[in-house]
Design a protein around this ligand. Structure first.
Ligand code: ASP
Ligand code: MG
Length: 417
């Protein structure tokens, strides 16, 4: 069995949904296909849930209309040549509409998951119905019933034992060559929908592959494979033909957007190879992530994270930064869900770099102010270069202010303005 994952860009139009059907047909054997919300729909659903939560009825109506139109346009393209039964899609839209009429609870993260999850429910239902109509026979599985999580809404943690049991049961469909299911979603033991964190569909694919002992996983993307830099930032990019699991984890953790950082562990644990391939050129080799025992001679790999914030703390009484202090600061950051990506410490300074939060962190800063002198900068860029050389550093840092530079044997990390 193999697992395929199609992200938003690979199912963002009727044309690309047909293209994905071609890819599925190209590779024989049973498949589990994990699909994200179409195009940029998750962002659109985020706007919808914000309007819903803040009782902004005009905004709510407007976003709902846009989302419905986007899907309807795709559906009418798909049904121009084929007769398709869209009744399951209609049910989803009426379910969403009724949900939006109910007064929201006070828990935003909970409401977020209940609403934003419609992105994946719609995409998989539309695609499954269309594929069945064109003879690509498949079964649709509601992943929320088998990928069991805790109730950390928007960042749910998977309950491995319960999920394994449910998934093995639900996916055991003798004679079925194609299963379609949602990425990014899970469900609690009390039947509430959860999500696994933005871009979490890769992780879903990896978990399913692990539990179902897949031969390999393929993530279909709009790039030829994993590149040594994001072409948006650096024009002369090179494709990396292969990576070890360890290298892939380092790259994705540092912010390389090609794969979700949690994806590698479930695959590495069962030595399941991961391919990253282009959906425009499916016959090309792409990148393979697998067990490697030879030395990889990699070109410098650049990972750029924008919108970074830097907090520098100095104890007001000039006392040293102790382990206890660090631990307290980290639990405070965790309670604000800040993901610290870089730490630098000296005798009386502690600097933390993290993604700029959506909402202000005035409260956190006020809290820290009780004991520390606090400096706070935003709008920075965190650049990680694996396999760096001086030329690579010069290229990226030329004419810019360097706030932090950290070097290890293989990696340099620069915080730049
Ligand atoms: N649709 C979700 C998102 O855009 C999950 C994913 O694409 O992996 O974040
Ligand atoms: Mg996506």
């Amino acid at each position: 069995m193999q697992v395929f994952k199609f992200g938003g860009a690979s199912v963002g139009s009727a044309f690309s949904i047909e293209n994905a059907a071609g890819i599925i047909r190209m590779f024989p054997g049973p498949k589990v296909v994990v699909i994200s919300a179409m195009g940029k729909m998750t962002n659109a659903f985020e706007e919808l849930v914000k309007a819903y939560f803040s009782n902004n009825s005009n905004g709510k109506a407007e976003h709902f209309r846009k989302i419905k139109k986007y899907h309807n346009d795709i559906m009418s393209h798909l049904s121009s040549k084929n007769k398709i039964d869209w009744s399951d899609v209609d049910k989803l839209f009426s379910g969403l509409e009724s949900r939006l009429k109910v007064t929201p609870s006070m828990n935003f993260d909970y409401e977020y998951d209940q609403v934003v999850s419609y992105g994946e429910l719609l995409s998989t239902t539309i695609i499954s119905s269309f594929y069945n109509a064109i003879g690509l026979t498949n079964k649709w599985i509601d992943i929320r019933k088998c990928l069991i999580t805790d109730n950390m809404y928007r960042e749910a943690n998977i309950n491995r034992e319960l999920s394994e049991e449910q998934i093995k049961k639900a996916f055991d469909l003798p004679g079925c060559e194609l299963i379609i299911t949602q990425g990014f979603l899970g469900g609690t033991t009390t039947n509430h929908t959860t999500t696994l964190g933005r871009e979490g569909s890769d992780y879903t694919a990896a978990i399913l592959a692990n539990i179902l002992d897949a031969q390999h996983v393929t993530i279909w993307k709009n790039v030829p494979g994993i590149l040594n830099a994001d072409p948006v930032f650096l024009p002369a990019t090179k494709k990396l033909d292969e990576l070890s699991y360890r290298e892939a984890i380092e790259l994705s953790y540092s912010g390389a957007k090609v794969i979700h950082p949690k994806t590698i562990k479930p695959l590495q644990n069962k030595r399941i190879p991961l391919f990253v391939k282009s959906f425009d050129n499916p016959e090309q080799k792409g990148t393979i992530i697998h067990d490697i025992d030879h030395i990889l001679n990699l070109v410098p790999v650049f990972i750029i994270k924008q919108k970074q914030a830097l907090i520098t703390l100095t104890p007001e009484d000039f006392s040293f930064i102790s382990i206890q202090t660090v631990s307290n600061i980290f639990s405070l950051c965790a309670s604000y869900r800040l993901k610290v990506g870089l730490i630098q410490q000296s005798a009386i300074n502690l600097s933390l770099v993290f993604d700029e939060p959506e909402q202000g962190i005035e409260e956190l800063i006020a809290e820290l102010h009780k004991n520390f002198d606090v400096r706070y900068n935003t709008g920075l860029e965190l650049v990680t270069i694996r396999y760096y050389d001086q030329e690579a550093i010069n290229e990226i840092a030329k004419g810019r202010r360097i706030y932090i530079e950290q070097k290890s044997r293989r990696t340099v990390r620069l915080l730049l303005k």
